[in-house]
Design a protein around this ligand. Sequence first.
Ligand SMILES: C[S@@+](CC[C@H](N)C(=O)[O-])C[C@H]1O[C@@H](n2cnc3c(N)ncnc32)[C@H](O)[C@@H]1O
Length: 247
Amino acid sequence: MWSMLKNVASVKVFYLVFTRIILATFWRNLWYWNTLEDRLLAYVKKTAVEGDPASVLAAFEKYIQNYEWTIAIKSAQKQKTEEVVKKAAPKICFEMGCYVGLSAITVASQIPPGGRLITVEYVPKTADVARELVHFAGLDQVITVVTGTAEDTIKVLRSEYHVDKLDFVFVDHCKWQYLPDLKLLEKERLLRKGTIIMADDTLWPGAPDYLEYVENDPRYQTERFYRTVPMFNVRDALAISVYTGDD
Ligand SMILES: C[S@@+](CC[C@H](N)C(=O)[O-])C[C@H]1O[C@@H](n2cnc3c(N)ncnc32)[C@H](O)[C@@H]1O
């Protein structure tokens, strides 16, 4: 009975994802002959104040709330991220999965002067939009948008981006890469005692192996920050971990 109900729920979520996101975006792309990222960029540039990250973030949120669903961080996690980053005041930050830069601008707005964020995005055109938005927000000196995979970027963080240890990591790229890329950060000795690692979407779409790892390995202290994904009515969690292992 339970598995039948679960199946009905998954079919409903699949139906909603397909009709309200995939099909809706497809038709809009055809109608306007551009992409969701182009529309988002145009809206932010038209309605936000250049050089003011807070107004760029507000415009982003307004677009997402009023016009189109995107894969960018949602309001509840955004607020939690702001809170955690503000409290931790990290100097060297790394993000895996930039998309068009909403979470990157969120993090960069809270880090102390002199801090920096390296964010990596796999899709070149999306990375270009992120660079344009970062520039518009006046954060060129704080955020570096790298085009490529998180894996390749981690391998050159020390040599090309002069990172010794990371203070804060935001994990938000493809879910099956969460764990391998965290292990790569460990292998490259880029974590220090106290590094904060926040991972989004750990329950939905879900990164179960990652969650299992950070909740059971004694080098990590992890707590979950729950939220309900509004359109689909499913539960998700932001996993907030503190690395307590050796530097
Ligand atoms: C959920 S979105 C990120 C949203 C962004 N963090 C925000 O909240 O504004 C995931 C992004 O990760 C990118 N991505 C997927 N796999 C990746 C990988 N292995 N390395 C880097 N980026 C990747 C995707 O192209 C997509 O733009």
